[in-house]
Design a binder for this molecule. Structure first.
Ligand SMILES: Cc1cc2nc3c(=O)[nH]c(=O)nc-3n(C[C@H](O)[C@H](O)[C@H](O)COP(=O)(O)OP(=O)(O)OC[C@H]3O[C@@H](n4cnc5c(N)ncnc54)[C@H](O)[C@@H]3O)c2cc1C
Ligand code: FES
Length: 261
């Protein structure tokens, strides 16, 4: 993990309210693993004071890493106005990432909204034998995969409002792929809003399908120091707390106490 002033190589809008930023750091690129994140100071001023967490969405070459982000508040609005050549202070890579699937197992990636970001990086590592199911609220939120460096042959889209792909929730699409014959050969990787994650957790736990979940939590430090990101978990049958920033953000689906979330 390092702290570094990284130069913005590009910062472009790829869908309404959604931006792809390329930052230069050979040191972060060499350490980054799919599922890990960075804490970014979004501007030179103290407002906002706290760094913001973002998944690493991929790397390009030896020294460029990508952040795919949605503008939701003050920090991300400041980021969206940053231009090529500016520098942002970044701490990372942080947290525990995904474990790659065993050879021969088919992976199904399930994303909701901007939760697509860490799964793009994972897809670049897994490369084959994977189905990517991406859910969005509406067609205008769809992240063009080729713009984030992913050329997938097997991708399905669901939109809540039915404006593209399957009309309805992404978890309905997932359920349609969980046939009895396939269950023993699958591994699920997921990131997205909590209600979606809960449904994916229920579907995979009841069918005993291995599943890794990337959780989000409010993070003040990203380093295990502030306790702000604690989630209820279960370890050796006992209830405990995990820090999403250090013990995660990626967890085995069974370790989380889903009812407490
Ligand atoms: C490990 C991790 C990885 C993340 N990766 C990405 C990513 O790749 N791309 C991306 O766009 N976002 C990602 N996020 C969420 C991102 O950190 C927040 O969107 C960002 O901090 C918002 O900052 P802001 O100043 O713009 O908004 P704020 O002004 O802080 O908040 C604006 C609104 O967004 C909500 N919000 C703030 N933080 C979060 C959060 N963590 N989860 C859900 N809602 C939140 C607030 O409740 C509020 O309603 C990630 C979060 C975590 C914990
Ligand atoms: S964000 Fe501070 S302990 Fe996790």
């Amino acid at each position: 993990m390092i702290e570094q002033n990284t130069q913005i190589i590009f910062n472009k809008k790829i869908a309404p309210g959604t931006f792809l930023m390329g930052l230069r750091s050979a040191e972060i690129v060499i350490q980054a693993r799919p599922g890990q994140f960075v804490m970014i100071r979004v501007g030179p001023n103290t407002d906002p004071l706290l760094r913001r967490p973002f998944s690493i969405c991929g790397t390009r070459g030896d020294d460029l890493f990508l952040i795919l982000y949605k503008v939701v508040g003050k920090g991300t609005a400041i980021m969206s106005n940053a231009v090529k050549g500016e520098k942002l202070s970044v701490v990372g890579p942080l947290g525990r990432g995904f474990e790659l699937p065993e050879p021969g197992r088919k992976s199904i990636f399930v994303s909701g909204g901007i939760g697509v970001a860490p799964l793009v990086f994972l897809a670049q590592a897994v490369k084959s034998n994977l189905l990517f199911i991406a859910g969005y609220r509406s067609a205008n939120e769809i992240v063009p995969m080729e713009q984030v460096g992913l050329n997938l042959t097997d991708i399905s889209i669901a939109t809540d409002d039915g404006t593209a792909g399957h009309p309805g929730f992404v978890t309905e699409l997932l359920a349609s792929h969980l046939t009895e014959s396939a269950e023993g050969h699958l591994k699920i990787f997921t990131c997205g809003p909590l209600p979606m994650l809960k449904r994916v957790a229920a579907l995979t736990i009841e069918r005993d399908i291995p599943c890794q979940v990337s959780l989000e939590a409010t993070m003040a430090c990203g380093l295990g120091a502030c306790q702000g990101c604690a989630v209820r978990a279960s370890k050796d049958g006992n209830k405990t707390y995990y820090h999403v920033c250090q013990d995660g953000p990626v967890f085995d689906v069974h370790t989380i106490d889903w009812e407490s979330l």
